[in-house]
Design a protein around this ligand. Structure first.
Ligand code: ATP
Length: 354
């Protein structure tokens, strides 16, 4: 079981900085998701770890040893690509045992290992099939089995679900997570899908413009985002611009109480952050932390209902249990209440814009 540590890992393409000095620890036996929008540098970071891209500077430490100078084939890492990159002219078993053949492992051992891996990914009866005869989900399982053939120390996956349809993607997320936990293999998954990261990962690394914005458990990232970018990338977020006061935060004419000042002193511009499910909608003004507004949008989502309210401080999104609010209609005048313990202060959006 191996800890992987990145020290100031940086990649430039000409004058463009794809990854700014990243400092990260990938814990042994855990699944870490690299999450961020297209172009944020997550694939470049994964490719540096795999040895497919050489860093401009920095170190990649595996059990304390710098592996950055090692070529990809000298790293005992298994990789699954977005396209799966299977060999169409080889049957399923030969795809799985391909790296063992290259490594000079004898035929009987190769066959036995391929069968064992195919059983692990529930394709025990498909060894003799051609790749073209398999469904998308089955191909992905073959790619996973192939990447595991040489018992890699680290398992790397680049957008492994993106070629699958929505239903299959959900199933495979769960399957991959169970397999990873069963094998206890240190795993890094690149994804731009926040739900995928939340479903699968022990820890999430959120990236933007080549920078690591936050590292944390799915719960930490969701409930205590470090800034407005993370807050809105990881789900719906109410982000209101205000200024701290001695007691709370001023938004226009209203002063809000907050349970935690998040280290901000009085008189500073801040972003007030609250998840939609924490907002309450009332038909009269609450004693504190309320904003009046007009309903502009209602969407029934089965168990919950999403409601947009235009208020003097901007548009608010509330998620409320459907059955209690069947009468909410567009045009209704309501009050949004933000309980003090569900409000968090983040750096003002303007100061992050650079
Ligand atoms: P996506 O999800 O779209 O793959 P990403 O977050 O994985 O995005 P990267 O593929 O790491 O992003 O790319 C980060 C940035 O580096 C992008 O702006 C990309 O255009 C640039 N880039 C990547 N590879 C190269 C290259 N070989 N030469 C020049 N620029 C590159």
């Amino acid at each position: 079981m191996s800890d992987l540590v990145l020290e100031n890992l940086r990649k430039e393409f000409g004058s463009f900085v794809a990854v700014e000095g990243a400092n990260l620890t990938f814990e042994a036996g855990k699944l870490t998701a690299l999450l961020g929008p297209s172009g944020c540098g997550k694939t470049t970071l994964l490719r540096m770890i795999a040895g497919l891209e050489s860093p401009t500077s920095g170190r990649i430490l595996l059990n304390g040893k710098d592996i950055a100078p090692l070529p990809a084939e000298k790293r005992k890492f298994g990789m699954v690509f977005q396209s799966f990159a299977l060999f169409p002219h080889l049957n399923v078993a030969r795809n799985v045992s391909y790296s063992l053949r290259i490594a000079g492992v004898d035929a009987a051992t190769r066959r036995a290992r391929a069968q064992e891996l195919l059983e692990l990914v529930q394709l025990g009866d498909k060894g003799q099939n051609r790749i073209g005869e398999l469904s998308g989900g089955q191909r992905q399982r073959v790619a996973i089995a192939r990447a595991l053939a040489q018992e890699p120390e680290i398992f790397l996956l680049d957008e492994p679900m993106s070629a699958l349809d929505a239903k299959l993607r959900n199933d495979m997320q769960m399957e991959l997570r169970l397999l990873q936990q069963r094998l206890g293999i240190t795993t890094i998954v690149v994804t731009h899908d926040q739900r995928e990261a939340m479903t699968m990962a022990d820890r999430i690394v959120v990236m933007s413009h080549g920078r690591v914005e936050q590292v944390g458990t799915p719960q930490e990232i969701y409930h205590r985002p470090a800034n407005a970018f993370v807050a809105s990338f990881i789900g719906n977020a109410n982000l209101l611009q205000g200024q701290t006061t001695a007691r709370g935060v001023r938004l226009g004419d209203t002063e809000f109480a907050v349970a935690d000042h998040g280290g901000f002193g009085a008189g500073q511009p801040v972003t007030l952050f609250c998840r939609p499910e924490a907002v309450r909608l009332l038909d009269r003004a609450p004693a504190a932390n309320g904003l009046p507004g007009t309903v502009t949008f209602v969407r029934d989502e089965g168990v919950a209902r999403e409601v947009h309210l235009d208020t003097p401080a901007g548009r608010i999104t509330a998620e409320i249990p459907g059955s209690f609010h069947e009468t909410v209609r567009i045009g209704d005048r309501l009050h949004a209440e933000f309980p003090a313990d569900t409000l968090h202060l983040l750096p003002a959006i303007e100061s992050k814009a650079a």
